[in-house]
Every structure is written in C-alpha cells, then in structure tokens.
Design a protein around this ligand. Structure first.
Ligand code: MG
Length: 306
C-alpha cells in the first residue's frame, strides 16, 4: 500500500512577501499555473495585509480575481485581522489562513497584539469566516523557539493549537517560523499534541531551513504521523518580523524526500523544477532550494527502485 502526504504550497505568499522586488501580478499568475501543472492542489496565493507593510502583496485582490476557476485546487489567502477578512471576502476567495505566534514578542512585532488579544481577534475572524462557509487554516508560529525570546514552552504551543482547533480551524500548521527546531523537538511536540487529543490529520508542519534542518524535521514529523507539509518552490521565503530567518522548506526537496521513501505526493518533480527555475529568473537571483540547485541545467535524477 502506498502511503500518501499532501503538500501546501506557500511560495506566492510566504515566499514573495520577503522579496525586495514586487513581482507583477501576471507573473504571479503564470507561476501559479506552473504550480498547478506540477500537480499542487493547495496553494496559498497571497495575503490581505496592509499594502504599506508588505508592498509585494499589495495586489492581493487582483491575484484572487485572476485565479483559474476550473482546476479543482484550493486557493488560500492569509488574513491578519478583521479588515483583512473583509477584503478577502470581497475578493471572493473561499479559503483563508489566520496566524498567531506562541511567543509574545514575535506576536507583538507581527500584529501588535498580545497572544491573548490575538486569540480573541481570531475567534471573531474565524467565526465570521466559518459562518460565511469559508474554510480556515490557522498557523501557530514560533513553535520551536522565538527569535526574540528563545525558548517557547511546548505546553503554550499545545494550548494555542487546541484552542485553534476548538474555534474551528480545519487545520493547524505548526510554524517553525525561523527554522530553529530540530527533529527531537518535532517528535516531542507532535507526541504532546496527539496525547492531548489533537487529531493528527488536522495538523501540518511549516518549516524553514535556516539551520539546514527542514528536511530532517519533515521526516521526523512524517514518522510521528503528520501527513501534511508546507513547502515553497526553490526554498524562497522568510518572515519580515523574524530577523535571520531563511527560506521555507523547498517544495522540490519535500517531493524528492517523499519520492525516495515511496510516498505519494501527487506532484511531478520535473514540472515543479521548471517552476523553481522560472522563479529564479523572475527574482533575478540564485535561490536556495537544494534540489532546485541540483536540477539547474540537469534532468531530475530518475527514481531508483528499492
Ligand atoms: Mg513561514
């Protein structure tokens, strides 16, 4: 029996939000079509943040207006607050992501709220979205440590994850926002969450590769039972409010990892590699993903049978 994971692609949001150049809307949509051609079916396409804070995503409504309608894929938009939700709803998008941090300082830098205030805000935002029939994903950030505070208590992460599930998030993404975590932490946190009653099929892992641990952390989470992973083509990404954070786990790396394990992702690595190479051309610089770099000018190595 073939095991299966599903991937959640964040290059258009977590990726582009951190780039100094603004990618034109038409180029974003061309990128989206390459992602779809590769077989990705959950794609975070933008964020309804204030345009003056993240100019790279100022075209959020235009991106949503240009989304194809006949793909069967789910398109998601990040929503930071009630104003963002209003804009998202007006745009017509049907799947939203909310976020809060398990660290007070990171949460304050990100949304100028205490964690408790954010929980109250998200109850309203998520409640309204669910009433409108939207689906909701919640990111809980800095779950393995904070760039400002260092240690984050796993029990605090657990309480926030359980709260987000209770409020109605279909899925909670555990965010290693600065790529600080190691596989032992991943294993321990997933166990704590499952032992506390969190349904594992509603948990996802969102990694960054700052310390080179992203693939190892994904593998640890897979062995702990997680089947949902965030990736960003060619490893672009970062957090504007997390100094020193490097890019997300590269989607190509995740596909390569799971292909080697005989685990189905539904994603064609050759086609995905094209999306990464085109993204490098759009951004005009070398991108960090390891499989991305390994496939520059070369065919993706054929799958070896065991
Ligand atoms: Mg991130």
């Amino acid at each position: 029996m073939t095991d299966r994971v599903s991937l959640f692609e964040v290059s258009m949001r977590d990726g582009l939000q951190n780039e100094p150049i603004v990618v034109p809307t038409a180029d974003k949509i061309a990128h989206l079509h390459r992602l779809l051609a590769a077989g990705l079916t959950d794609i975070e396409v933008t964020s309804f943040v204030r345009a003056d804070r993240i100019p790279a995503l100022a075209d959020a409504a235009d991106v949503v207006a240009a989304l194809p309608t006949d793909t069967g894929a789910r398109f998601w938009a990040l929503v930071p607050n009630p104003v963002g939700l209003d804009r998202a709803f007006s745009s017509g998008i049907r799947h939203i992501c909310t976020f809060l941090s398990s660290s007070e300082t990171h949460n304050a830098k990100n949304v100028n709220r205490t964690v408790r205030e954010s929980v109250a805000d998200l109850r309203r935002v998520m409640g309204t979205a669910l009433d409108e029939g939207m689906s909701v994903r919640a990111y809980v950030s800095t779950v393995f440590g904070c760039p400002y505070e260092g240690y984050v208590a796993p029990e605090k992460v657990r309480d926030l994850v359980l709260t987000m599930l209770d409020v109605g998030a279909q899925e909670v993404a555990l965010g290693d926002t600065t790529g600080i975590g190691t596989p032992g932490q991943v294993t321990a946190l997933v166990k704590l969450l499952v032992d506390s009653g969190a349904p594992i099929e509603r948990l996802a892992l969102h990694t960054h590769d700052t310390h080179g641990m992203a693939a190892a952390n994904v593998y640890a989470a897979f062995n702990a039972g997680i089947r949902r992973f965030d990736g960003s083509v060619a490893g672009i990404g970062g957090c504007p409010y997390a100094p020193g954070a490097a890019g997300n786990a590269a989607t190509e790396d995740l596909v390569y990892l799971f292909r080697g394990l005989g685990v189905e992702t539904g994603v064609d690595l050759d086609r995905l590699a094209i999306a990464g190479h085109e993204m490098a051309r759009l951004l005009g610089r070398e991108l960090p993903g390891r499989v991305h770099r390994a496939t520059l000018g070369a065919a993706v190595p054929a799958r070896k049978s065991a």
